[in-house]
Design a protein around this ligand. Structure first.
Ligand code: NAD
Ligand code: USQ
Length: 440
């Protein structure tokens, strides 16, 4: 199958591209290096060193014998998206290419607007390009469990039957998201559902939980194939953050009471779920929603699991209850359905002591790279303007103040992305492995 992975330089997109390539699919990767640029601007960095995309591609060719095609560009640029779709003729598009951080989206007006424009316009462009140039192509879109929020009733997979004044109908499940980022996913979902209805497009919306883990079969083959691993207060997700905090014996940063419950899954299960979605496409006109996670935990439970696993390695950890910077329920009912991917063949991996210990072992090798000043979360949901991006120190705070609040972020990011592409000598469309360098 010809599969285009949008956001294929990211934490999930890069291992997905390799995994599909290894299984014999013809894979193309699209990315504009937004995350690498925002790291540079904000003073954050992947814990595990990541190689430039072209070096990753070359390493993949060397290790596997397979090629992946590369398209450098922004999915907000409709001409670029159409050109890629016309040239590559994908049968499936996996859309990982969005701004993924809730705290980033809550820094201030510019970051909220940037997140929604980047995410919603990118998805709309893909919907239009598919309709115009490749109408049978299946769009597999990464959504989020956070679209549902934390209602006091069971969460269904996308739709719920409602009885009202003696009549019944099946309606989209109510959405109560918790950040402007999570809202961008809700808006995407509505746009995708509408395109399926009016144009007969086919799409799977994967409402994914929080992903954890460092490695997949493919990233483990060669250090040049490693995927990014974020742990700071902007980009890191909770379990990955706790694991990094553990290896440097930093107190584990539970926000508030720690009763916040979420769905979680291993990065290798993400790969498998997305693969199952493309191997079992919906019919034309169908908008399918799958809840993509394997287990539920409270944040406090995760902290205890990490503390215990780290304790076995001689690391002594405290669990602190920081004031919650977010506006969210800190103890609540949570019971979300997640059977449809299992019905398609998913065999879930569960978080065990052994797995946690192996993650800690892997991260321990990189503990000297941890930027401690980026760990604490300074983005307060209650404020419309946060002075610093993610770090506590004046130095990083000042950097953030200059780069993230001094200029309009969309313009700053566009300039940075344009510079990155120029540095790579890249025109928008070209194949992989032409040997030119790209920014880390
Ligand atoms: P990531 O930031 O590591 O990867 C996203 C990639 O998309 C980056 O390489 C970035 O440069 C690229 N990108 C962003 N905007 C783009 C644009 N306009 N044009 C081209 N490329 C663009 O994030 P991730 O953790 O791999 O997340 C991937 C997707 O999965 C996101 O949509 C995220 O919301 C969703 N998701 C992630 C998690 C998680 O726990 N990591 C959980 C649920 C859903
Ligand atoms: N939390 C802590 N301590 C921390 C970090 C987080 O207690 O140090 C808490 C948060 O307050 C929240 C929970 O842990 O209650 C999850 O936070 P998170 O940062 O791991 O996850 P979230 O912001 O929801 O976003 C992440 C990804 C996003 C994806 C989402 C899936 O960044 O791309 O969409 O997980 S879900 O949570 O199911 O919506």
């Amino acid at each position: 199958m010809r599969v285009l992975v949008i956001g294929g330089d990211g934490y999930l997109g890069w291992p997905q591209a390799m995994g599909l390539s290894r299984k014999g699919h013809r894979v193309g990767v699209v990315d504009n290096f937004l995350h690498r640029q925002l790291d540079k601007m904000g003073g954050t960095e992947s814990l595990i060193p990541i190689y430039p995309l072209e070096e990753r591609m070359a390493a993949w060719k060397q290790v596997s014998g397979e090629s992946i095609e590369q398209f450098c560009g922004d999915v907000n640029d409709f001409a670029f998206v159409c050109a890629v779709v016309q040239r590559f003729k994908p049968e499936a598009i996996m859309h990982y290419g969005e701004q993924p951080s809730a705290p980033f989206s809550m820094i201030d007006r510019d970051h909220g607007v940037f997140t929604q424009v980047n995410n919603i316009v990118g998805t709309l462009n893909l919907l239009y390009a598919i309709k115009e140039h490749q109408p049978r192509c299946h769009l597999v879109k990464l959504g989020t469990m956070g679209e549902y929020g934390t209602p006091n009733i069971d969460i269904e997979e996308g739709f719920i039957e409602i009885s009202h004044n003696g009549r019944k109908d099946v309606m989209p499940y109510p959405k109560q998201p918790g950040s402007f980022y999570h809202l961008s996913k809700v808006h995407d979902s509505h746009n995708i559902m509408f395109a399926c209805k009016v144009w007969g497009s086919r799409s799977t919306d994967l409402n994914q939980g929080v992903v954890y883990g460092v490695e997949t079969e493919e990233t483990a083959l060669d250090e040049r194939l490693a995927t990014r691993f974020d742990y700071d207060g902007i980009w890191g997700t909770v379990l990955n953050r706790f694991c990094v905090q553990a290896v440097i014996e930093h107190p584990l940063t539970v926000y508030g009471k720690g009763g916040q419950t979420r769905g979680f899954l291993d990065i290798r299960d993400t790969m498998r779920c997305v693969e199952l979605a493309i191997l079992n496409p919906p019919e034309p006109g169908e908008y399918r929603v799958l809840n993509q996670f394997t287990e539920q935990f409270t944040v406090r439970q995760l902290a205890e699991l990490v503390r215990d696993a780290a304790g076995k390695k001689g690391l002594r950890l405290e669990i602190t209850h920081e004031e919650d910077p977010r506006v969210e329920e800190q103890t609540h009912y949570y019971n979300a359905k997640h059977t449809r991917l299992v019905d398609l063949g998913l065999q879930p991996r569960y978080l065990s002591d052994v797995l946690l210990e192996s993650i800690l072992d892997r991260l321990f090798r990189y503990r000297s790279r941890v930027r401690k000043e980026t760990i604490l979360a300074l983005v307060d949901w209650r404020k419309a303007r946060n002075p610093a991006g993610c770090a506590a120190s004046d130095r990083v705070g000042a950097l953030h103040a200059r780069t993230w609040t001094g200029a309009s972020i969309p313009d700053a990011v566009k300039r940075a992305a344009a510079l990155a592409l120029r540095a790579a000598g890249a025109n928008a469309l070209r194949g992989a492995n032409d040997g030119r360098a790209q920014p880390r």
